[in-house]
Design a protein around this ligand. Structure first.
Ligand SMILES: Nc1ncnc2c1ncn2[C@@H]1O[C@H](COP(=O)(O)OP(=O)(O)O)[C@@H](O)[C@H]1O
Ligand SMILES: [Mg+2]
Length: 603
């Protein structure tokens, strides 16, 4: 059995770039496949805009040549004037503007549509994951997949990918161009410049790590302040003011030490940049100047060379930054794919035959433990049966396992042993959606979704007519309060709407269940959170609801279950007593008789 899946790590560290993580991460590209035409156009435009950017230094060099009296000639021999070069430049800039616009437009479309599809796939996955998945993973960790991880993917489809492409092409084209300008100078530059840039990147990484250490140390000191101030009574009662001050001082000293170390490297970095990077530039310029003097280069060549070198330097630095982005993109896509690969519950299977349930239920030696706590046996040897239309009640101390018994019928979890049958068929053999369609549940606390009362009732049958909804509300004793609202069924509830009382919410839940018209009804302490006034109204509504349905009632107040066909007393995950109210209440020393007496004394 593996319906529960793995746990999510909420703060997974960035992925190391390995072949495997690349292969995994690239699978996210399957979501762009429907938009590959747009993607291709975007890529072509990106190539064109990168190419036109690379032409800038070339033209600037030519302008410098033309200005300094070196004739600029086309391959066919005609000389070109400064004005003509400037005109060509203008045209290029116009084109560049157009290309950039188009590239952004097309890539944004790809990224927006792709991200919509990923979110949709994730959401569909979320709602079809089995319940244990949500018990093993925190909701925050799950939702961050659909928010921040998808956000990272969006960034990379709209920006990072294009940036990466551009930087790589700039780097390669830049190197080709400087080679064309001057092979000698290029080799000289490539031997000095990139090693310095790489060193700078390594240096930068070390500094970031040290800065993080400083932050961590500082966080530790803050924890001390918080702890001691929150527990100030304890500090004083134990007269530990001096001790705590000492502890804080020690921690502060550590922070200072870490900060100084980090700044030592930072200072080193700055002087390294000044000496190393600018020194390198001076070195290259010096070499270039000697070449110009020797007539091996023109001023225009020098200009081109210097500009391309700057492009190359910028793209190397940019690639360093992009490396981190690529890492987080791969990490994000891996986490997204991990969820998409989770096995889902088999709901909404195509071609499922509608079933009609009569509502004969039998539990046979059912054993169970929750997947999150496999070592704790929650239910043992639960055996009972209900004939269609009968009502039984489960009573017993809290934590006995009553709610668990009821939830197993919905197949929220797999059984640990035994089996449950409905109309003689094991519940696993039913189509899950069909099975749940015939089971209605009214829980202890009803959650209403943000929206109108109408929508909340219609949750039991999304295509219900107005008349059906009103009818259900009347049967649920809810119509009276609904019609007293000025907006009636359209009254908004939930976060942005009015707040309904517990009893009103329960009656809406009952109206929902009435609309759903299930063969089997589960009432899990549906009235226990209510005051006795609203309990009466809700109880009346429930009596209406239970007519002609197989019902399992978990009752907190024993007075509400006198009329049921059978009462099961549950304790410690077992059925300890079984019988009618009259039989059980007369059993000397029985748990039910005891509970009855306790409640009688309390009321
Ligand atoms: N979702 C869950 N995950 C793990 N343990 C649970 C879960 N729900 C209930 N339990 C445990 O199972 C036992 C039975 O709980 P429950 O069926 O809710 O009892 P009752 O409804 O009788 O008060 C308790 O020990 C409870 O702590
Ligand atoms: Mg319960």
């Amino acid at each position: 059995m593996n319906t529960s899946g793995a746990t999510l790590d909420p703060d997974v560290p960035k992925k190391k770039l390995t072949k495997e993580s690349f292969r995994q991460g690239l699978r996210i590209f399957r979501f762009t496949l429907p938009y590959r035409a747009k993607f291709t156009v975007g890529t072509v435009l990106l190539t064109l805009s990168s190419a036109s950017t690379m032409a800038f230094p070339w033209l600037i060099g030519k302008l410098a040549d033309a200005a300094s009296g070196n004739p600029v000639v086309l391959p066919n021999g005609t000389a070109v004037s400064i004005n003509q070069i400037a005109l060509g430049f203008g045209a290029l800039i116009l084109l560049q503007g157009l290309f950039s616009f188009g590239r952004i437009w097309f890539f944004t479309q790809v990224s927006e549509f792709t991200v919509r599809d990923i979110r949709q796939a994730l959401y569909r996955k979320f709602v079809t994951l089995p319940i244990p998945y949500f018990e093993k993973n925190r909701v925050g960790a799950i939702t961050s997949r659909i928010t921040s991880d998808v956000g990272i993917i969006q960034d990379s489809f709209s920006l990072t990918l294009a940036e990466l492409f551009r930087q790589v092409t700039t780097l390669l084209a830049g190197i080709v161009f400087i080679m064309i300008v001057s092979v000698k100078l290029s080799l000289f530059m490539l031997l000095t410049f990139p090693p310095i840039v790489v060193l700078a990147m390594v240096f930068g990484k070390k500094i970031r790590a040290l800065a993080k250490t400083t932050q961590d140390e500082l966080a530790k000191t803050n924890v001390i302040v918080e702890e001691t101030l929150q527990g100030i009574n304890t500090v004083k009662a134990f007269t530990n003011e001096q001790f705590e001050t000492q502890r804080y001082t020690t921690s502060l000293t550590n922070t200072v030490r870490a900060a100084l170390k980090s700044n030592l490297y930072r200072g080193g970095f700055v002087s390294f940049v000044i000496i190393g990077l600018f020194g390198g530039i001076v070195l290259v310029l010096w070499r270039a100047a000697t070449l110009v003097q020797a007539g091996q280069m023109t001023i225009g060549d020098l200009t081109q060379f210097a500009l391309y070198t700057m492009f190359i330097g910028a793209s190397v630095a940019g690639l360093g930054e992009l490396y981190g982005k690529v890492q987080s993109t791969l990490g994000a896509s891996e986490r997204i794919l991990e969820i998409l690969d989770e096995p889902t519950e088999p709901t909404h299977q195509p071609g499922a035959q509608p079933v009609q349930l009569r509502g004969n239920i039998a539990y046979e030696h059912v054993a169970f433990q929750y997947p999150t706590r496999p070592d704790l046996t929650v239910l043992q040897d639960i055996t009972f049966s209900i004939r269609a239309g009968e009502k039984i009640a489960l009573v017993g101390p809290s934590g006995a396992g009553k709610s668990t018994i009821v939830q197993l019928l919905m197949q929220f979890y797999e059984l640990g042993g035994g089996q449950i049958t409905i109309d003689g068929r094991p519940i696993q053999s039913y189509d899950l959606t069909e099975l749940r369609r015939h089971i209605g549940i009214v829980p202890q606390e009803t959650i209403l979704f943000g929206g109108s009362i109408r929508e909340n009732i219609a949750y039991g049958k999304t295509d219900a007519t107005d008349e059906e909804i009103k009818q259900a509300a009347r049967k649920a004793n809810a119509w009276q309060f609904i019609s007293s609202f000025p907006e009636g069924l359209d009254t908004l509830v939930g976060e942005r709407g009015i707040k309904l009382s517990g009893g009103q919410r329960q009656r809406i839940a009952i109206a929902r269940a009435i609309l759903k018209n299930p063969a089997i009804l589960l009432l899990d302490e549906a009235t226990s959170a209510l005051d006795s006034e609203s309990e009466k109204l809700v109880q009346g509504a429930m009596d209406e609801l239970m007519q002609n349905r197989t019902s399992i009632i978990i009752a907190h107040r024993l007075s509400t279950i006198r009329k049921v066909d059978k009462i099961l007393v549950i304790d410690g995950g077992r059925i300890v007593e079984e019988g009618s109210h009259d039989e059980l209440s007369e059993r000397e020393g029985g748990l039910y008789a005891n509970l009855l007496r306790l409640q009688f004394e309390l009321s």
